[in-house]
Design a protein around this ligand. Structure first.
Ligand SMILES: [Fe+2]
Ligand SMILES: [Fe+2]
Length: 330
């Protein structure tokens, strides 16, 4: 098993190393002086005010059925959302990003990448391990300050894990594993957008804003890197493989950006809402058109990157993006 693990590529792309990908320009030249793990220590959470997550990003907390029940319940829901956000970060780094960058660093991605990209992948492994650790520690500080516990003993991991399993099951056997690289590209190019809102939100505790800003600064470099990974991935896939993978990209985008409904439902039940109200709050907080609009807006730069590498030239792939509402009006 270990021998296999040391040699088996993540993607068995047959057309590795085609021309036309362009030169790689590293964004990690000053990593030693810029990376959060090198330049900053763990932020200490200090409670202030009563808002711990932007309510606009968690609309169930401000649904009238919930607000009628009092400010304490709203605050509790937002603290739970903050815990989920921190847990999501730790899980994403550990499960979705670190394995992919580790494979790249050891030459096991299955892609033909320039030496500089392999060397930079080690730095991303280090960055992400630090982000996972810092989020885990920060969550425990929030727990101590708020008495709202970390973790969900009665439910599973974040929704993206199950959504990724569905994508993997739908892929032809010979190309399985590619979903890991696609999801790393999706999450690493979209996370910087998500992280940019919290630091600017002056209603939130300063320590939380600083914690997220630290993460966002590293992710700016990762965004550039994974945009380059996408160029290499698409160049490495045969036309048949592209046709097999492309239509699943929208599902990978939704896997990352769509709300974690199961966790919201669990929280509303814990507040004692009757089942009918739970359903009503979730449906009215996240009507389908709102989710599609939010996902479409957030993923716009990434959709452009897929268009740039030619992914949307395949009619099946373009159709899947269109049906998922990702092509907007442009
Ligand atoms: Fe990260
Ligand atoms: Fe990252």
């Amino acid at each position: 098993m270990y021998r296999e693990r040391a040699t088996e590529p993540l993607v068995a792309a047959r057309a590795a190393g085609r021309a036309g990908v362009g030169a790689y320009t590293s964004s990690f030249g000053r990593w030693d002086r810029l990376a959060g793990v090198r330049t900053r220590t763990q932020r200490s959470f200090t409670a202030s005010g009563s808002l711990y997550f932007p309510p606009e990003l968690h609309p169930v907390a401000t649904h009238p059925v919930v607000t009628r029940r009092g400010a304490e319940q709203v605050e509790w829901l937002l603290l739970r959302r903050l815990h989920d956000y921190l847990d999501f970060t730790t899980e994403l780094e550990s499960l979705a990003v670190i394995p992919v960058v580790t494979a790249i660093s050891r030459g096991r991605s299955g892609l033909h990448l320039p030496e500089g990209m392999r060397a930079d992948a080690f730095k991303i492994v280090t960055d992400e391990a630090w982000h996972a650790q810092a989020s885990y520690d920060f969550a425990h500080q929030v727990q101590r300050a708020s008495a709202v516990p970390v973790g969900r003993p009665h439910s599973g991991p974040p929704a993206f894990t199950e959504r990724l399993d569905v994508i993997r099951d739908r892929l032809p056997h010979e190309i399985r594993g590619v979903e890991a690289i696609v999801f790393a590209i999706v999450s690493e190019t979209l996370i910087s957008g998500i992280l940019s809102e919290i630091p600017r939100d002056e209603r939130l505790p300063r320590s939380l804003r600083d914690h997220v800003r630290d993460h966002a600064e590293d992710e700016g470099r990762h965004h550039v890197y994974f945009r380059a990974v996408l160029r290499h991935l698409w160049a490495a896939l045969t036309p048949k493989e592209r046709r097999a993978v492309g239509p699943h990209v929208p599902a990978a985008i939704y896997a990352f950006l769509a709300p974690d409904y199961a966790r919201a439902i669990e929280d509303l039940r814990m507040l004692g809402l009757p089942e009918r109200s739970v359903e009503q709050v979730v449906e009215e907080s996240w009507p389908e058109e709102r989710v599609v609009r939010d996902v479409s807006e957030a993923s716009r730069p990434l959709v452009r990157y897929f268009a740039e590498v030619g992914a949307l030239d395949d009619p099946g792939t373009r159709n899947a993006f269109e049906e998922a509402g990702l092509l907007g009006r442009d």
